[in-house]
Design a protein around this ligand. Structure first.
Ligand code: ZN
Length: 183
């Protein structure tokens, strides 16, 4: 990777290395090391597509929907602020009910560390990745962070995952969703 006048670039960059907003993405096959994927290792292209389209990240089908919105499984942030998860920025795309059930069964800690949320609106408005900076003329990796589209800092970010901002959120009980569907 090199630094240009505007930001970071690959020396042998192709059209596929940037998204439609011009953000540089981690190449597949490269060790990720960004964040903790919710369901084992998530392919970055799959994660990105699921987030942009608002589809289930595991089966690529439509997410579960009811009158309160689409189903998302989020890292539990209820202790972080009183209005969580309203306005939350997440890297985990929505899920359908069978995949949510499968994920929770396959991964017991999911039940403890994650919360089912109904979301009315989302905007795939940023990326999560590693911020680079120039120090003494050399490019060096800085912190892993979220940068929104439109922020000039995004030119210095190597994106690993698409993020979305969630609006109109309601915390729900996944077991109740399952029960409602079964009856
Ligand atoms: Zn699914």
């Amino acid at each position: 990777m090199i630094a240009t006048r505007r930001g970071i670039a690959y020396t042998d960059e192709t059209l596929h290395d940037r998204d439609t907003a011009g953000v540089l993405w981690t190449r597949y096959g490269v060790a990720q090391g960004h964040g903790e994927p919710l369901y084992g290792s998530v392919h970055p292209l799959r994660q990105r597509r699921a987030m942009r389209r608002g589809i289930c990240q595991m089966c690529a089908g439509p997410p579960d929907h009811d009158e309160a919105g689409a189903l998302w499984l989020l890292d539990d942030g209820r202790d972080s602020r009183y209005d969580w998860p309203e306005g939350e920025v997440t890297t985990h795309p929505p899920v359908c009910l069978p995949c949510a059930r499968r994920a929770v069964l396959a991964c017991p800690h999911l039940r403890a560390g994650h919360v089912a949320v109904r979301v009315r609106h989302f905007s795939a408005d940023g990326v999560y990745g590693t911020l680079f900076r120039l120090r003494g003329g050399r490019l060096e990796a800085g912190e892993d962070t979220v940068v929104r589209y439109g922020d000039p800092a995004i030119e210095w970010l190597l994106a690993g995952q698409q993020t979305a901002t969630l609006i109109g959120c309601t915390v729900v009980d996944l077991a109740e969703s399952e029960g409602a569907r079964a009856s």
